[in-house]
Design a protein around this ligand. Structure first.
Ligand code: ISJ
Length: 100
């Protein structure tokens, strides 16, 4: 590898590290928010999962992904994985609430 290529790789990797840090902080903030929703749902006996809301979100993300030039299949798979984690946490919160 030339020293120019090494330098370019290093600059790109620094950008990637910055983006990863932002993603981690954004995800943590999203989970803080969804945990609040989980407590609200448990207290009001609402189901952990809301398929109608998820369908709306997917429609919105479709447009955002298109505008941002992000692959829709990836976007949907990532969203589905993320929401699956949130719903699992909501179920745990609901069980903890019932046990009180
Ligand atoms: C956070 C909620 O609970 C679930 C998780 C969602 C999410 O992570 O965006 C969306 C819908 C629900 O299935 C909600 O109902 O708003």
């Amino acid at each position: 590898m030339t020293s120019n290529a090494t330098q370019q790789l290093s600059v790109l990797r620094q950008r990637i590290d910055n983006i990863d840090a932002a993603l981690i902080y954004m995800l943590a903030e999203r989970f803080r928010c969804t945990n609040e929703v989980g407590h609200l749902k448990a207290a009001t006996h609402l189901p952990a999962c809301d398929p109608a809301r998820e369908a709306e979100q997917i429609q919105r993300l479709k447009k955002l992904a298109e505008d941002a030039g992000l692959d829709m299949a990836f976007t949907k798979a990532f969203f589905t994985f993320l929401v699956g984690e949130v719903v699992a946490k909501h179920k745990i919160i609901a069980r903890q609430n019932q046990a009180k």
